[in-house]
Write a protein that binds this ligand. Structure first.
Ligand SMILES: NC(=O)c1ccc[n+]([C@@H]2O[C@H](COP(=O)([O-])OP(=O)(O)OC[C@H]3O[C@@H](n4cnc5c(N)ncnc54)[C@H](O)[C@@H]3O)[C@@H](O)[C@H]2O)c1
Length: 371
């Protein structure tokens, strides 16, 4: 199958990079690395599960380059996006003699990608890194764009940098081992990307997406590649036009404003993809009320979420708690909230004045058990 290639073109020329996408790419990734004039040292950061599945295989592949990479493994899950982990990894690298001439490889989902990017941006005042995303969410979203972060007890992603990877290497076959709930997290982001920017992708997802993703073996590889490619290209285009989160990049937050609040109020029991899907369901309704989306289009959007088995009905939380969580959000402006809404399927707008009451109305109407 032909390799797909996307350029993330950034104003500072040195920061521009390519996203390469091909099933089975991991077996011959050294040819792409060799093009990058490799530094003396390589370190692969991964989590325990991805490391168990793919760590040794990657080390073996890399050995063809004549370097012996250091394997740095962190615990699975969000808790690894911490200062403690950054400090531990940096100390380990120093203990092994790794310095300024080091390239880091992030092998994993968004957690490993955010953590590795953050570490790369501050280790010795900055070393290069490469993203090798292994979750759908990281392939279509987290690995692209150069936002890095770790969490603090006060909240997620509170410390971070912009540090672009040198290249993003996507092998969709990593998804064969991804558990269904993680697949759904990525699907929510894939749907989001289509809804804000590409009516054609919405159509394609509606017509053939559910069958593809219900198939454990993801057998229709050309379709899988096409879907990831189109979503990654949209993220790349948005980032190229707006590297550091002005208005355009904010459209990527579609469904996330309310999604984050719901996630937080559930004590993170709601999966990220479920919370984002609920946020998108609310945003579709608000779009009918405020930004001219037609009712039939909103219904098509909801049907798409349903077709991917994503929830449309939020758990019953106190609306005040949700509103408080929303107001903590960075995007708050007085008693109105900034929301990303849709004008049409495939076209987003930033709506700066969304009355809080519209959200509480939606929550009251839609929450489990109804009013
Ligand atoms: N930087 C950005 O622009 C950006 C954008 C969106 C999300 N994020 C961040 O991404 C993180 C979420 O990323 P995620 O959803 O990829 O979660 P994750 O990295 O925690 O991965 C989810 C789980 O899947 C496992 N896994 C990964 N690849 C696998 C594979 N191929 N086979 C089997 N298991 C596999 C992991 O071990 C983990 O347990 C959050 O921290 C979020 O803040 C960042």
């Amino acid at each position: 199958m032909v390799m797909k290639d996307i350029l993330v073109k950034l104003p500072k020329k040195d920061n521009s990079y390519r996203i390469l996408l091909e099933p089975g790419l991991r077996a011959h990734l050294t040819s792409y690395l060799a093009e990058l004039s490799l530094p003396a040292h390589l370190a692969v950061v991964t989590d325990t599960l991805v490391g168990r599945l793919y760590g040794q295989e990657l080390l073996q592949t890399l050995s063809a380059l004549g370097v012996k990479p250091l394997l740095l493994t962190v615990a699975r899950g969000e808790r690894s996006k911490s200062w403690a982990t950054v400090a531990r990894l940096a100390r380990k690298m120093l203990a092994q003699g790794l310095g300024r001439q080091t390239l880091l490889l992030a092998l994993g989902g968004g957690v490993v990608g955010d953590l590795t990017g953050f570490l790369a941006s501050i280790f010795m005042r900055g070393v290069p890194f490469i993203q090798i995303p292994t979750t759908l969410l990281a392939m279509v979203d987290a690995a692209i764009g150069g936002k890095t972060a770790i969490d603090l007890p006060q909240g997620k992603n509170l410390l971070g940098t912009f540090h672009q990877p040198r290249v993003v290497l996507i092998d969709p076959e990593f998804l064969l081992t991804l558990p269904p709930e993680q697949r759904r997290n990525g699907l929510a982001e894939l749907l989001k990307t289509a809804l804000i920017r590409d009516a054609g992708l919405v159509e394609l997802l509606a017509s053939s997406g559910p069958a593809l993703f219900q198939d454990k073996n993801l057998s229709d590889r050309p379709l899988l590649v096409e879907l990831i490619f189109r979503a990654a290209a949209i993220k790349a285009a948005v980032v190229s036009a707006d590297e550091k989160e002005g208005d355009l990049r904010r459209i990527l937050n579609f469904g996330h404003t309310l999604g984050h609040a719901l996630e937080q109020c559930s004590g993170y029991k709601l999966q990220h993809g479920e919370a984002v899907a609920l946020g998108m369901a609310a945003a579709l309704e608000l779009s009918v009320q405020l930004s001219g989306l037609s009712r039939p289009e909103a219904q098509r959007g909801l049907a798409l979420l349903r077709a991917f088995d994503l929830p449309l009905t939020p758990p019953r939380f106190s609306p005040e708690d949700i509103v408080n969580a929303l107001k903590m959000d960075k995007k708050r402006q007085d008693d109105n909230l900034v929301f990303v809404l849709l004008k049409k399927l495939g076209e987003a707008v930033i709506q700066p004045q969304v009355p809080v009451s519209l959200i509480t109305d939606w929550l009251n109407q839609e929450a489990e058990g109804g009013r």
